[in-house]
Design a protein around this ligand. Structure first.
Ligand code: XIL
Length: 653
């Protein structure tokens, strides 16, 4: 039964004054000297925000920020700079890059000598609940210890699995170190054979899993640490040929700019030079700034068909030592990617809702970036950055900001007349290690500093903020999830975050976002109870975000409608924030199509459901890509789900 809502006003998606201006006059935002006329963002110094609503800061925790702040505010050294067109496929906006190398990589905690000195790590046992460990004891490895060696020397490490019940356990290795092999000795044992070289100096973890002979679900993971010392005489280490990193194949559109990033790897720790023996006409092939081992090929394919481009890596010391690789592009006619009917954003605007998609970070650095950008810009009026606004991406180290990725998304949004959902200000995942390891009594400061800096920077472009993401516990009780934030502040962290967001961006919609609330159960009950407590405390929540990561077997449309109505009855908006429909056993695209249609209809039937957003649009880049959950397939062709959205959004659909 089609559901329609004749009462919904026909309106264009609202935009903030600044955004509207910026579309025509380049009047808003940050940036530096790139010709777009953006101004330097002004970061607040000292006390960042005082909440005008709050009279008792001890109760609400919304007093001023620590003064001086706990971490340094962004400085001129953090400001992204314009990147040349040779490195991306973007059109219509100037791409920027961070002014420093690899800010994210710096956040990765490497293994250290102290880890090695602590001895062989304990095995991690994975035991199914129905296995009694007194009757069936887990397998183990005999005679293992951490190993120390010197770069250039071959290591052999034999894994001898045993089972207390006497049978022979099976085993497999997890990720092998570069250049290593894990070989069968045909006597029930296997050996790691590895000759570490200069690039391997340091401590490396190698993990082997042993399977219980009676039940392969019952297993242990045993890690061995291998410490590789630098050689006294570097000349004693053999010089090996470099290799060309693997590149996935891409489907691209004829006539579009294509970029392909390709990496040269040399375990001797030198940087190989990459060459194209037979470059495509008009190609540039340049090392990416700060990343000499990573080259970018850019050209515009002008003929349809599969194009294979050979790549050579030449050793930096011995030019006769080479490795090779290839780039394969499937170049298709432009017409292949055209869609029948009207665009989703046009249809949605006519129904008074915003339709959106999450957008992958760095799409403009991928071969198919031009096609990706066009589909996003044509189909969707609003977007969310899939990961780039998360705290680990933006503040990999205290006081060290990486804004380029998010700035680029804002620039892209402006260039396509799109608005932005900011996601997420406060979440328990994708946090930098330094926050996870911070003292609990400093966390409120860290949370507030992050909110202050991000909201201040992007308030002009962002219309809706997912202020708190996934607050409810997964244990089936519907209580508050235990996180670094709740451990430090209890439920109050939610109040603080919303009040602060409101003070910084009074016009934005502030959203409480949660998953698995599209059907009855403790999660929904818990969320509603939390919402009522927040409302009772006067916390400025404007909308509830229903993530809607569901399966094609989902059929709780009545419960979804009732939950949306419950939110609406409290005077709040509803956003469908991360919709995707995974194919699972026993379901196919027909069921998937129906779920898209019905969820869109439920949203359209609820006057307060104002945003319908899918979590990406092509199965190629879905975070659930193994389940093909999105409205476009891996080759950018519209699926039944796309047509269902068109039909549902069409007046009378
Ligand atoms: C996911 C992204 O899609 C992935 O690319 C990333 O690796 C992990 O996070 N709920 C959320 C989103 O609120 O932020 C998550 O996004 C998906 C689940």
């Amino acid at each position: 039964m089609p559901v329609t809502d004749a009462r919904r006003p026909i309106a264009l998606a609202p935009v903030t004054g600044c955004l509207l201006l910026s579309l025509f006059m380049s009047a808003c935002g940050g940036g530096s000297g790139d010709g777009e006329g953006r101004e330097e963002p002004v970061m607040p110094a000292g006390p960042v925000v005082t909440d005008p609503d709050v009279t008792d800061p001890d109760v609400t925790g919304s007093g001023p920020l620590p003064d001086p702040p706990l971490t340094a505010p962004p400085s001129a050294d953090d400001e992204p700079i314009a990147e040349g067109a040779d490195f991306h496929t973007a059109s219509g906006f100037v791409v920027v890059r961070d002014p420093r190398a690899f800010p994210q990589a710096a956040a990765v905690v490497a293994l250290a000598e102290t880890d090695f000195a602590a001895g062989l790590p304990a095995a991690v046992v994975e035991r199914p609940a129905d296995v009694d460990p007194t009757l069936n004891r887990p397998p183990f490895f005999e005679g293992l210890d951490n190993v120390r060696t010197v770069a250039g020397q071959a290591v052999q490490l034999r894994f001898v699995p045993r089972d207390p019940e006497g049978e022979l356990p099976g085993m497999f290795a997890q990720r092998l170190p570069e250049g290593a092999s894990f070989d069968d000795n045909f006597d029930g044992t296997k050996s790691l054979n590895w000759q570490p070289l200069q690039a391997d100096v340091g401590v490396t973890a190698f993990t082997v899993v042993a399977l219980d002979p009676a039940d392969s679900r019952y297993r242990i993971s045993q890690t061995v640490l291998i410490a590789v010392d630098a050689p006294v005489d570097p000349a004693s280490v053999p010089n090996v040929a470099p290799r060309v990193g693997e590149v996935p194949g891409y489907v691209v559109r004829v006539g579009d700019p294509v970029v392909v990033e390709i990496e040269g790897v040399d375990r001797n720790g030198t940087v190989p030079v990459l060459e194209l023996p037979d470059p495509p006409a008009g190609a540039t092939f340049l090392p990416r700034p700060f990343e000499a081992e990573r080259f970018v090929l850019r050209f515009v394919p002008d003929t349809v068909g599969v194009q294979t481009i050979e790549v050579l890596a030449r050793d930096a010391v011995d030019l006769s030592l080479t490795g090779s690789g290839r780039i394969v592009l499937d170049v298709r006619e432009r017409a292949t990617f055209e869609r029948a009917g009207s665009r989703l954003r046009t249809l949605a605007a006519a129904r008074g809702i915003e339709i959106g998609s999450a957008v992958s970070p760095f799409f403009y650095r991928q071969a198919d970036g031009a096609l990706y950008a066009d589909i996003v810009g044509e189909e969707f009026g609003i977007m969310t950055h899939e990961s780039g606004m998360k705290m680990d991406a933006i503040v990999p180290r205290p006081g060290h900001y990486a804004f380029a990725d998010t700035d680029n998304l804002m620039r892209f949004a402006r260039s396509r007349g799109m608005t932005v959902r900011g996601h997420p200000l406060v979440w328990h995942r994708q946090l930098p290690d330094w926050v996870l390891q911070s003292a609990p009594d400093t966390r409120e400061g860290h949370m507030r500093e992050f909110i202050a800096r991000i909201v201040t920077r992007y308030a002009d472009e962002v219309q809706h903020w997912d202020v708190v993401n996934e607050p409810i516990a997964e244990d089936g009780g519907g209580g508050l999830r235990s996180t670094v934030w709740s451990e430090a502040m209890g439920e109050r962290y939610i109040d603080v975050a919303f009040r602060q967001a409101r003070a910084l961006d009074p016009d934005a919609t502030l959203v409480l976002n949660e998953y698995d609330i599209g059907y009855d159960g403790p999660k929904w009950d818990g969320l509603l109870a939390l919402l009522d407590r927040l409302i009772a405390r006067g916390v400025p929540v404007d909308a509830v975000g229903f993530q809607m990561h569901v399966f094609a077997s989902y059929d709780r449309f009545d419960e979804l409608a009732a939950h949306m109505a419950a939110v609406a009855a409290r005077g709040l908006d509803v956003h469908v924030t991360e919709f995707d429909v995974a194919l699972s056993d026993g379901t196919g695209t027909a069921e998937q199509t129906e779920v898209y249609r019905r969820v869109a209809q439920v949203c359209l039937a609820q006057p307060r459901c104002t945003v319908l957003q899918t979590w990406g649009f092509t199965d190629r880049y879905s975070f659930r890509r193994f389940f093909d959950p999105l409205p476009f397939d891996r080759d950018y062709r519209p699926k039944g789900a796309y047509t269902a959205l068109q039909e549902a959004l069409d007046i009378g659909g």
